[in-house]
Design a protein around this ligand. Structure first.
Ligand code: GLY
Length: 371
């Protein structure tokens, strides 16, 4: 059960290899890329406990030695101080331009290590080995790397494409159900933004996929990655189409800020709620039929996912304050909020022409429904 998606960016082509057991085969996968049989791996403590020995054995099977840096797990690791530690450690390991750095982990590790690789010696190659569903379908592909600062998330970074992505779908079995479903929010996003048939496929197969069906998981990851690769090949630096990948994210970033980037709301959960709100907003603006947001919400609910503002525990600020938090989003252009809206499922588009009152009305209603 193996799939490959090719990201054909001129001069920086790479493959995303997808399927169970890839970590155990890391040596044979990576060996052709190496000038010398040694790699440096950066991971976090949670992932290390689960998968680092398997990676070491997989590399050793092909005679490749490995050094590892284990960072604390969690979003706080995407910081200047851990970036500095990582770059310092890679220099201590005498990583050279011809070497490969491996990022073993979820989105935090992938973003941080990708950025460290981008700036080390003005750019060394790196391999993404994503271990969460969110990282496999989104953050490990497309070359966005970076860290958070006190000003906000992902405000410092670089575009630096990986040399290879090994998405071992077998490791998804070790994910907590809540984390898996949060990642599934990004999978649903692909159907909603550009492929109604894929959304229909998810409606039919989502429950079995979440329950552990490996072939369905491989297909969901492959399809998501292919969609992302197609968009990134059209618009690597997000001057146009790539912004479609931000469907649900303007609402999500406000909700994440309002909940203090805490365990109250995982990023993928915010994306799912944000997608539902973006479809509500689209219906309110007369861009799509009311049946469309209802169908989106029905699928999220059927999957047992957070769907409405009601599903977020604790207090939320009022609609005006949430709108204000959207203003902090880095996708603001010339003072205007940009939204990804939709003319229907699979028909998203980017617009800077959204009346604030329509956003306030959608949020106000969603908050009142909290009861
Ligand atoms: N996660 C959105 C992007 O890669 O553009």
């Amino acid at each position: 059960m193996r799939e490959t998606v090719k990201v054909n960016l001129p001069g920086r082509e790479y493959e995303v290899r997808i399927g169970p057991g890839l970590i155990g085969e890391a040596g044979v996968q990576i060996a052709p890329l190496l000038a010398r049989k040694r790699v440096c791996v950066v991971t976090d403590a949670n992932v290390a406990a689960l998968h680092l020995d398997a990676l070491r054995a997989g590399l050793a099977a092909d005679g490749i030695g490995m050094e590892a840096l284990i960072l604390p797990a969690g979003e706080a690791t995407k910081s200047w101080s851990h970036l500095s530690d990582t770059v310092g450690w890679l220099l201590d390991q005498k990583v050279e331009r011809g070497d490969l750095v491996l990022a073993l982990g979820g989105g935090v590790i992938g973003d941080l290590v990708g950025f460290a690789a981008a700036i080390l010696r003005r750019g060394v190659r790196f391999v993404q080995v994503p271990t969460s569903l969110l990282a496999q379908v989104d953050s490990s592909v497309g070359g966005k790397t970076g860290i958070n600062t006190p000003h906000g998330k992902n405000l410092v970074g670089a575009f630096h494409q990986p040399t290879l992505v090994l998405a071992d779908t077998g490791v998804l079995a070790t994910m907590a159900p809540r984390d898996f479903l949060a990642g599934y929010g990004e999978v649903v996003k692909y159907g909603l933004l550009g492929d109604a048939d894929f959304f229909g496929w998810l409606e039919a197969n989502g429950t079995a996929l979440a329950a552990g069906d490996e072939a369905l998981r491989v297909e969901a990851v492959r399809h998501s990655v292919q969609m992302k690769a197609d968009i990134v090949m059209r618009d690597e630096k997000e001057h146009g189409d790539r912004a479609l990948l931000n469907l649900g994210h303007t609402f999500c970033h406000a909700l994440e800020a309002a909940t203090g980037y805490s365990n109250r709301l995982l990023h993928g959960e915010g994306v799912a709620i944000g997608c539902a709100l973006a479809f509500e907003l689209s219906a309110r603006m007369g861009l799509c039929a009311q049946e469309e947001p209802s169908r989106v919400r029905a699928h999220l609910k059927a999957m047992g996912m957070k769907t409405d503002l009601t599903d977020i525990e604790g207090d939320l600020p009022d609609a005006a304050s949430l709108l204000d938090l959207m203003g902090q989003d880095k996708k603001v252009v010339a003072g205007k909020l940009r939204f990804v809206l939709a003319r229907g499922i699979g028909q998203a588009f980017v617009t800077g022409d959204v009346p604030a009152q329509a956003v306030l009305d959608v949020l106000g209603e969603a908050l009142v429904e909290r009861g």
